[in-house]
Design a protein around this ligand. Structure first.
Ligand SMILES: O=C(O)CCC(=O)C1=CC=C[C@@H](O)[C@@H]1C(=O)O
Ligand SMILES: [Mg+2]
Length: 369
C-alpha cells in the first residue's frame, strides 16, 4: 500500500464540561486529525491526543504539527508499506514524539484495514464483539457534585467509576463515596500528585477496596512505584510512566505495577500498544484502554484496541455524548449499560463527518508526493 496524500487538520471542539488539569481548566479541546489517502482515494484516519499545553507530557498540538509536517509525513508519503507494523520501524530514528507518531500510524492502520475489507479490531487480532467501559470524572467543586455525577453514571450502567485524587481530595472523598456507593467498582487517578513520603496517606486508601490507584507518583518513575507497591494493598496502575514495551518490561520486572493503562498515543501507536498488551498477557498483568478526551476518531481506535483479549478491565472510552454536543463521526459512539458494540465495518467502523470536521477546522494543510 502507498499513502499518496495526507491532509492534516487542526480542529477545536467545545467540551460539555470543564476539564481541570495542573495547568488549569479548559472547555475547548484542540485536536489534530490526519487523513491518509491511497491511490484510489480511500482514506484512513488518525487523531493526535496531544493537548494544547504540555501538562500531561512534553508534546503539544504545535509540536505534533511540526514533527508530522517536517519528519513523519515526508517519511511515509509514497512509500511502499506492506503492513502498518513497519511504521514504527520507519520512525525508529526519530526520538520520542509518540503522540505525533501515533497520529499517522493510526491512519495507516485504518487505511490498511479498509483496503483489506476488515474491521480495525480484526486487523489487530481482536475478537470481542462488545467491550465494557467505565467513566472518568475530573475533580469537582465539592463532594456533593461528585456524588451526583457518580449516581448519574452508575444509573447509566458504566462498569467502573474513576475519580481523580490529590492530597486534600483523597481519603475523605473516598470515604464519602464508599458511604453512598459501597460496592461500585471504583478506582483513583492521582496523575503524579503524590511522593513516596505520602505512603501513609496512600496506605489509608487500602480501606476502600479500590480496583487500583493510577499513577500515584512521578510521571517518569518506576523505581519508587515498586517501593510503594510493596507497602500498599491497592494495586498500582501506571499510565504516564509507560511509554513503550521496554518501559512495561522493566516495570513488570521491578514490580512497579499490577495493572497498565494503555493509551495508544502515549506509547506511539497501535503496534506498540499491541506489543505491550501481549507482554502483559504473558505476565498476567491486566490492561485497560485509557482515554484522552478523544473525538470520535480516537475513540474508534480505542474501541478497536480494546477488543484484544487482555483488555479485561473497563476503560475510559465513554460515549461521544459525554464529551461533545456533536461528534465528528457518524454514527456517534454510544454506550448501553456500560457496553459498546464493536462496529464490524471495514477500518475504524465509524464514518468521519466531513461537514462537521470542516466547521471545526481552524487550520489545515495537504501533503502529497
Ligand atoms: O478520556 C477520558 O474520559 C479520560 C480522561 C482522563 O481521565 C485523563 C486524560 C488525560 C490525563 C488525565 O487527566 C487522565 C488520565 O491520566 O487518564
Ligand atoms: Mg491517568
Amino acid at each position: 500500500m502507498k499513502v499518496k496524500q495526507v491532509i492534516l487538520r487542526h480542529i477545536k471542539m467545545r467540551l460539555k464540561f470543564v476539564f481541570t488539569t495542573s495547568f488549569g481548566s479548559f472547555l475547548d479541546k484542540e485536536f489534530l486529525l490526519l487523513e491518509a489517502k491511497d491511490e484510489n482515494g480511500l482514506s484512513g484516519w488518525g487523531e493526535s491526543v496531544a493537548f494544547h499545553s504540555p501538562w500531561y507530557n512534553e508534546e503539544t498540538i504545535k509540536t505534533n504539527w511540526h514533527i508530522l509536517e517536517d519528519f513523519l509525513i515526508p517519511s511515509v508519503l509514497n512509500r511502499e508499506i506492506e503492513h502498518p507494523d513497519e511504521i514504527s520501524q520507519i520512525f525508529s530514528n526519530i526520538r520520542k514524539n509518540n503522540m505525533a507518531k501515533s497520529t499517522i500510524e493510526g491512519a495507516v492502520w485504518d487505511l490498511y484495514a479498509k483496503q483489506k475489507g476488515v474491521s480495525l479490531a480484526n486487523a489487530l487480532g481482536g475478537t470481542k464483539k462488545e467491550i465494557e467501559v467505565g467513566i472518568s470524572i475530573g475533580i469537582q467543586k465539592n463532594v456533593d457534585e461528585l456524588l451526583h455525577l457518580i449516581e448519574k453514571y452508575v444509573k447509566d450502567g458504566y462498569k467502573r467509576i474513576k475519580v481523580k485524587i490529590k492530597p486534600g481530595w483523597d481519603v475523605e472523598v473516598m470515604r464519602e463515596i464508599r458511604k453512598h456507593f459501597p460496592n461500585v467498582p471504583l478506582m483513583a487517578d492521582a496523575n503524579s500528585a503524590y511522593r513516596l513520603d505520602d505512603v501513609d496517606r496512600l496506605k489509608a486508601l487500602d480501606e476502600f477496596d479500590l480496583m487500583m490507584i493510577e499513577q500515584p507518583l512521578a510521571s517518569d518513575d518506576i523505581v519508587d512505584h515498586a517501593k510503594l507497591q510493596k507497602q500498599i494493598l491497592t494495586p498500582v496502575c501506571l499510565d504516564e510512566s509507560i511509554h513503550s514495551y521496554e518501559d512495561a518490561r522493566k516495570a513488570i520486572e521491578l514490580g512497579s505495577l499490577k495493572i497498565i493503562n494503555i493509551k495508544i498515543g502515549r506509547v506511539g501507536g497501535l503496534t506498540e500498544a499491541k506489543r505491550i498488551h501481549d507482554l502483559c498477557e504473558k505476565h498476567n498483568i491486566p490492561v485497560w484502554c485509557g482515554g484522552m478526551l478523544e473525538s470520535g476518531i480516537g475513540r474508534a481506535h480505542n474501541i478497536a484496541l480494546t477488543t484484544l483479549s487482555n483488555f479485561v478491565l473497563p476503560g475510559d472510552t465513554a460515549a461521544s455524548s459525554r464529551y461533545w454536543e456533536k461528534d465528528v463521526i457518524t454514527p456517534e459512539v454510544t454506550v448501553h449499560h456500560g457496553v459498546i458494540t464493536v462496529p464490524d465495518k471495514p477500518g475504524i467502523g465509524y464514518e468521519p463527518n466531513l461537514e462537521v470536521i470542516q466547521q471545526l477546522t481552524i487550520n489545515e494543510k495537504s501533503f502529497s508526493s
